[in-house]
Write a protein that binds this ligand. Sequence first.
Ligand code: DAT
Ligand code: MG
Length: 135
Amino acid sequence: MEKTYIMLKPDAVRRNLVGNIISRIENKGYKISKMKMFNLNEEVLKEHYAHLIDKPFFPELTSFMTSGPVVGMIVEGDGVILGMRNLMGPTKCEEAMPGTIRGDYAYSTTENLIHGSDSKETAEEELKRFETFLD
Ligand code: DAT
Ligand code: MG
């Protein structure tokens, strides 16, 4: 069964949206096979967001992602990598359609509630990267 790495960001925890988002994942029929709340550090964020390290918003992104606990999880299902990206909605909050997690609740592109792997390759890398955090 396909697996993806999903992470509810600090704003989801602060805004008490964790239950709501988990319900959407479960209602879709996906299986949460592992889940844990933990704090991120700058080292893991530099790896996780390596593609964004030179962007002007990287410092803001890092301080947001370390501003409180996240909820990391492994989610399984047929085509779950793309399926979860569709459930999440696109990165920019103003482009995310109502009915998606970001479309319904995100009013900021930095604070956009949820991370999901964007391909088979990144899913594999991220599941490995966060394995110890999830234990
Ligand atoms: P996604 O999280 O949809 O996979 P990404 O990998 O391109 O998007 O970027 C990771 C995170 O970085 C994203 O969730 C929020 C932040 N980010 C991306 N582009 C941004 C921008 N133009 N302004 C502010 N934050 C941004
Ligand atoms: Mg991404």
